[in-house]
Design a protein around this ligand. Sequence first.
Ligand SMILES: Nc1ncnc2c1ncn2[C@@H]1O[C@H](COP(=O)(O)OP(=O)(O)O)[C@@H](O)[C@H]1O
Ligand SMILES: O=P(O)(O)OC[C@H](O)CO
Length: 496
Amino acid sequence: MEKFMLAIDQGTTSSRAILFNKKGEIVHIAQKEFTQHFPKQGWVEHDANEIWGSVLSVIATCLAESNINPEQIAGIGITNQRETTVVWDKNTGMPVYHAIVWQSRQTEGICQKLKTAGYEQTIREKTGLLIDPYFSGTKVKWILDNVEGAREKAEKGDLLFGTIDTWLIWKLSGGKVHVTDYSNASRTLMYNIHELKWDDELLDILSVPSSMLPEVRPSSEIYGYTVDYHFFGQNIPIAGVAGDQQAALFGQACFQPGMVKNTYGTGCFMLMNTGEKAIQSEHGLLTTIAWGIDGRVEYAIEGSIFVAGSAIQWLRDGLRMFKHAGESEEYATRVESTEGVYVVPAFVGLGTPYWDSEARGAIFGLTRGTTKEHFIRATLESLAYQTKDVLNVMEKDAKIPVKSLRVDGGAVANNFLMQFQSDILNVAVERPYVKETTALGAAYLAGLAVGYWENQDEIARQWNKERDFQPSMTEEVRNELYKGWKKAVNATMAYK
Ligand SMILES: Nc1ncnc2c1ncn2[C@@H]1O[C@H](COP(=O)(O)OP(=O)(O)O)[C@@H](O)[C@H]1O
Ligand SMILES: O=P(O)(O)OC[C@H](O)CO
């Protein structure tokens, strides 16, 4: 009986279940979008129960459509939108509030207070992160401070905290297993990434009771088993977990220090493997745990861009410029350039290297001759410019010139964007056959734990390039275009 690995990729806008075979090929995929809640300006929330429902539904669909029996699943790997915070009552299993999404800005006030109190350096040294509403710690504090009765319950030990991986494992295991992995823990602002433990001083600063926290485990091991009533009578090992960006780094087989991947999804996230060394950035990159495997923890540096593919969604849904994201490519290539138009999609502030959470989006260089085509092209180009901002500082911090960039995520289907990316970076852009590298990374991590794959060498051999894009822009044009982008970003940050 042929066996498969099942990856659950719980992303910001949709949940996916993907079956992989031994060659690391996609056998079947099922996907379901769920509701985005925007209760106030800048706030983004999800219903954790709806997410759970969407995960069950995609698993069922994936198995039914592929005609694969649950007994053929050798193991489950979970990968997730990171930082998004769920707090639930362990007695009822009900979340006490919506999940607060990584993009949400409602903890701006808490972050300001932490900065004023002078905690930036301590937090940076211990967690590798910055004080920003992006990370889970201030979101947990916000829930405990703002949901009636939550703090009392938490102090009595009745509430649990988890990122989405933790929530899903808890649900899949019938409320038995409360764990997370190193990579997800490293995004919470509460975890000491050097000592590998929840940090009492940080918990104190954030007033979060330690009883709420999950146990932190390696990214590849059996955490528990699905309860049969959720899994068609089967107890399947849940054997791999990683935050989605780290999972993509794994799925791209970036196993050697210096290897870099960039994922173009809702946001854009560039990670460089730095091996067993945790590099402290001097330019606004985050230091994060890549994964823990075979008794070793490996680190990465990361640049986070909050708005990338979601800017294309904005063109589609907000401005109704086209019906499908893919059409953006055709519009962009109808013109030779943007003719000086720059779109800075700082809808929820700017991440690496600016970390300006108050900035908001702006458009520059409009003339009477500006058309929809210029506008769309400028929005696509903004993904590439933001990526260049990140790559520039990454090379400085790691002191390694990046020679090639492995790419994945929904927007890499856009050939115009990929070519422009290569041109503006002056670096080769490599697109693999399997674009679902996030899910593949989770499948690999789980597959290693259950012996489906033997070792990382076998996985590295399976990485296959579909196409590469080589730079073909002159240095003069590149510099001129990028200078314009920098001017646009500076003007955006100055406008408040
Ligand atoms: N051909 C395309 N050109 C540009 N952007 C695209 C294209 N196809 C999809 N996208 C964008 O990619 C994103 C979806 O990518 P995905 O990796 O599924 O994101 P996530 O995991 O963050 O939900 C959407 O924001 C969408 O606008
Ligand atoms: O859901 P994605 O793919 O946009 O990823 C979200 C990131 O993990 C946020 O840090």
